[in-house]
Every structure is written in structure tokens, then in C-alpha cells.
Design a protein around this ligand. Structure first.
Ligand code: AMP
Ligand code: MN
Ligand code: MN
Ligand code: MN
Length: 289
């Protein structure tokens, strides 16, 4: 499989914090020229069957996907899993446990927001939730935009939902080791998502990549919706230094909110091993038509 494939291996549906159904995402990916697709909902694989079936009906090659929330060095890091067996019991149990604290966190967020004059944020966020186990900061952001507290979700995150801001509640997610193991033991590969987003120091980043490798992690997102051109180049170097394969994914959530649409990012450059080479036998091929 070539490096220059139009693969989009990172996006979200209503099963987590996206606004489109798995079927609508599959159709959008196909229309945008995507050749290999993965739906990677946060901490949840409940949309996988629908995504794979929709992809097959459209003649679109598919890899199973997930994006697991991990706590590392006091921050939240996201690990994408690709090409795993979605029926794997250990993976399912791990994801269930990872989702477990979300409702409690959401109620605490709501209490904190009430203290700065924003009432009933929990109930408000719930209106935007497609999956009751997966209430996320994104749903609060949509509610605060609806109320007119902020103009867009980016402003909500900046003013209310990030570290040090009034609606931010620290949360303990999965460990890096567990997340990598759940994915790997289910036959998939683990990939560090959007590494430029974490704001780690050089030492912290080195520790993340080293520990990830030691646990059996195989890839890193080089081309993603949240990387600048310079960051793509930088993480292409990091991939080569650590012997990791490279992934490409838009992190598309919503036509209204996402800057990067499915399948529209620059292609991976040569000299990198694309992640789809490592999981080519796990690709669910499109029906010939
Ligand atoms: P959670 O898993 O509940 O902590 O929510 C994390 C999600 O919030 C991410 O997956 C993004 O979809 C969204 N998010 C995080 N930071 C921002 C930001 N600055 N602007 C918009 N959305 C963000
Ligand atoms: Mn998200
Ligand atoms: Mn992420
Ligand atoms: Mn994502």
C-alpha cells in the first residue's frame, strides 16, 4: 500500500463528540476522495459495526479505530488504536472503565460553572450528547455557545474548559501502558495522536515517546488537522528517530466546528512507513463494484 494513499484515520461520530452519524461520515469520506477510513470515537467502539458496514456499502476500505484518553505526566494524552478486533473482551472492558468517570466529572464541571454564573450546564450539555456514557467537554462547549456565553467552541475551551479555567476538572484516565496493551492484545496498533497538542517540554515528550515504544506502541500521527506544516515536518523526524510508523487523520468532528474536513490534509511524505503497512491484513476491503 503506497505512502500517498488518501487515508483518514481519525474522526468522531455522535457515538462520542462528533455531530454526524457513522453513516454520514462514511459518505462524506467517500465524497471527499478518502481511500482508507477509520472512525476513532473517544473511549468507545460502539460505532464500529455501523462504520464498517457503511464503508463496505460505499466501496471504501476500512480499519477499526478508537481514540483512548490517557493520563501521562499530569496531562491528558490521546492514543489512537487501529486495526484491532472490536469484539475483544479486554479492550471492551478497558474502554468501559475509561468512560466510567465521565458523568461524575461532568457533574463537577457543572457545579464549577454554576459558581461563575452559568446554571444547569450539565442538563444543557446532555442535550447535545448522543451517547450517555460519553459526555465530554465538547458537549459543554456546544451548550455554552447555544446560551450565548461564547461565540464558538474554541472560545469556550479557552475561557472555561482548559486547565486553570473555571469549568476545568482534572480527571484520571487510563494509563499509557494499559491503553497500548488493550489495543495491541486485540490485534491492533497503538498510535500517539496529535503530539504537538500536549504542550510537553522536550524531556516530557521524550519520556512519552520512549515509554510508548517500550510498551509496544507502533505509530505517531504526523499529518493531523491540528498540526502546522512545520509540526508535520518535526513529527516526521520524530517518527524516524523512534522507529515509528506515520499516520494521517483529520480529527474531523463536525461540519460547523472543524477546520479540517475528512480527506483534505496533505498526504504523508516519502521516507516514512505509513501505519497502514503495519495493519494491511486488518483492512476490511471494499466490496468490488
Ligand atoms: P474530553 O475528552 O471530555 O476531555 O474532551 C476533549 C475533546 O474536547 C477533544 O477531543 C476535542 O474534541 C475537544 N477540544 C479540546 N480542546 C479544544 C479546543 N481548544 N477547542 C475546541 N475543542 C477542543
Ligand atoms: Mn473530540
Ligand atoms: Mn484527541
Ligand atoms: Mn480526536
Amino acid at each position: 500500500m503506497p505512502t500517498y494513499l488518501n487515508a483518514d484515520l481519525h474522526c468522531h461520530s455522535v457515538v462520542s463528540d462528533g455531530t454526524l452519524t457513522p453513516e454520514a461520515l462514511a459518505a462524506r469520506a467517500k465524497a471527499n476522495g478518502v481511500e482508507l477510513w477509520a472512525l476513532t470515537d473517544h473511549d468507545e467502539i460502539g460505532g464500529q459495526q455501523r462504520a464498517a458496514a457503511a464503508a463496505q456499502a460505499l466501496g471504501l476500505a476500512y480499519l477499526t479505530g478508537v481514540e483512548i484518553s490517557v493520563s501521562f505526566a499530569g496531562k491528558t494524552v490521546h492514543i489512537v488504536g487501529l486495526g484491532f478486533d472490536a469484539g475483544d473482551a479486554q479492550l471492551q472492558a478497558g474502554l468501559l472503565a475509561t468512560r466510567g468517570g465521565r458523568s461524575q466529572r461532568a457533574m463537577e464541571m457543572s457545579e464549577q460553572l454554576a459558581r461563575v454564573g452559568i446554571a444547569h450546564a450539565y442538563e444543557g450539555a446532555l442535550k447535545f450528547v448522543g451517547n450517555p456514557e460519553l459526555i465530554s467537554r465538547t458537549h459543554f462547549a456546544r451548550f455554552l455557545v447555544e446560551c450565548g456565553v461564547c461565540r464558538d467552541t474554541n472560545e469556550v475551551f479557552r475561557k472555561y474548559l482548559t486547565e486553570g479555567k473555571p469549568g476545568y476538572v482534572e480527571h484520571r484516565w487510563a494509563t499509557l501502558k494499559d491503553a497500548v496493551n488493550w489495543i495491541t492484545q486485540a490485534g491492533g496498533i497503538a498510535v500517539i495522536a496529535h503530539p504537538a497538542r500536549y504542550g510537553f517540554s522536550a524531556n516530557e515528550e521524550f519520556a512519552l515517546f520512549s515509554e510508548f515504544k517500550a510498551h509496544g506502541g507502533r505509530g505517531v500521527e504526523v499529518v493531523t488537522g491540528s498540526h502546522s506544516a512545520a509540526e508535520c515536518l518535526r513529527y516526521a523526524d520524530t517518527a524516524r528517530e523512534f522507529g515509528l510508523a506515520a499516520s494521517r487523520g483529520s480529527d474531523f468532528h463536525s461540519p460547523e466546528e472543524s477546520r479540517t474536513d475528512l480527506g483534505t490534509l496533505p498526504l504523508l511524505t516519502g521516507g516514512l512507513t505509513p501505519v497502514w503497512e503495519l495493519v494491511h491484513e486488518r483492512i476490511q476491503s471494499a466490496a468490488p463494484h
